[in-house]
Design a binder for this molecule. Structure first.
Ligand SMILES: CC(C)(COP(=O)(O)OP(=O)(O)OC[C@H]1O[C@@H](n2cnc3c(N)ncnc32)[C@H](O)[C@@H]1OP(=O)(O)O)[C@@H](O)C(=O)NCCC(=O)NCCS
Length: 320
């Protein structure tokens, strides 16, 4: 997380909102914002460095990078190549995944396939977002501006040849592009020629926008469905789950997902009160905290699920 903490009271000074409203509707109390000049690849590189250190691997043995973000430093290239350069990882390939809040699980699925086929043996998967630099902090954008924060998380993936059953059991990926405009950043668009026009800027169309209610309803339905599909495929039941990590979209959504699955709240990881919604980075940040706090232990069955712009949604089952 970048060091700067932004409270609900800080936001009250920028727009017509209140600490009460934000807490009640989203469960969020604080979120982190970068200082100007810090980009998504900077947070990603820092998370990647820490993951490499924790995993105690020689960076020279990493043979591929998968990066997930909706807020790259540049329109192009993506952040994967920037992380590679910042960490001096040589000429290994770097793939950017564009599946927004579901980005981490999509990236996990892609990495898992590369490893299962033997294409790569050690993958750096990093998910990072800087959203604070392009949120509408006026009253018009307050529904989104209070929810989103900046942050990054990373994992190192490699094959488990030991036969002890630990690792990624399965991933399930879904999308419905008919809902693209319900949660999107409409501009800049390749449909416009020229792409960048002052009137779009004046109309606030370079800011992300959403239909919050529609997102809410779909998120509450799709995440439990995705988890159930993964359990079914593995012959497991909800009772087998030790820890559920839902994408931290809104605490009310996380609680609805828990209710939909009939999973007790003490098994659900919730850190949105301090972190806000960090889209692709939210699951790896929550995973890291849960592991450090001892809530995830060796042998635990960890279910992850996400929903977001696209719409995209996904689940992963991991035997830790
Ligand atoms: C955005 C969200 C918190 C709004 O909560 P809600 O209970 O649906 O609230 P409503 O949409 O009914 O809005 C209620 C009112 O609060 C206002 N409002 C919106 N944002 C506000 C804010 N930050 N502060 C104060 N009032 C706000 C609305 O303008 C609306 O006013 P109106 O009734 O005069 O039109 C909720 O819809 C949500 O969390 N959606 C999912 C968002 C999400 O997770 N997005 C990322 C996807 S991964």
């Amino acid at each position: 997380m970048p060091p700067k903490v932004v409270t609900n009271q800080d936001l009250e000074k920028l727009m017509e909102t209140s600490d009460d409203w934000i807490r009640q509707r989203s469960g969020i109390v604080t979120r982190h914002h970068v200082e100007p000049g810090i980009g998504t690849s900077d947070l990603a590189a820092e998370a990647a460095r820490r993951a490499i250190e924790d995993a105690k691997v020689d960076p020279a043995t990493i043979d591929f990078i998968v990066a997930a973000t909706l807020s790259p430093d540049y329109y192009f290239p993506g952040i994967g190549v920037l992380v590679q350069a910042k960490l001096g990882l040589g000429h290994i390939g770097a793939l950017d995944i564009r599946d927004q809040c579901s980005g981490f699980i999509y990236a996990l699925a892609v990495s898992d396939q590369f490893i299962r086929t033997g294409t790569y043996r050690r993958i750096l998967l990093v998910a990072a977002e800087v959203q604070s630099s392009n949120l509408d902090f006026s009253d018009q954008g307050r529904d989104m501006a209070v929810l989103f924060g900046d942050g990054a998380g990373a994992v190192i993936l490699e094959p488990n040849d030991s036969g002890n059953g630990r690792g990624i059991l399965s991933t399930h990926l879904y999308a419905d592009g008919n809902f693209a405009s319900h949660l999107w950043m409409e501009k800049p668009s390749s449909r416009d020629n020229p792409t960048f026009r002052p009137e779009f800027f004046d109309q606030g169309r370079f800011f992300p926008r959403m239909d919050g209610r529609n997102v809410f309803v779909n998120a509450c339905q799709r995440m439990p469905e995705a988890v159930k599909a993964s359990l079914e495929q593995n012959g497991l039941t909800v009772e087998d789950i030790d820890v559920l990590i839902p994408h931290q979209a809104n605490d009310r959504i996380s609680l609805m997902v828990a209710k939909g699955l009939k999973i007790p709240e003490h098994k659900v990881i919730r850190n949105i009160d301090r972190i806000g919604n960090t889209t692709a980075a939210s699951i790896p940040i929550a995973l890291d905290e849960a592991v450090r706090e001892g809530r995830i232990k060796s042998g635990h069955l960890v279910a992850m699920t996400a929903f977001g712009s696209g719409y995209t949604w996904a689940s992963a089952l991991v035997r830790w």
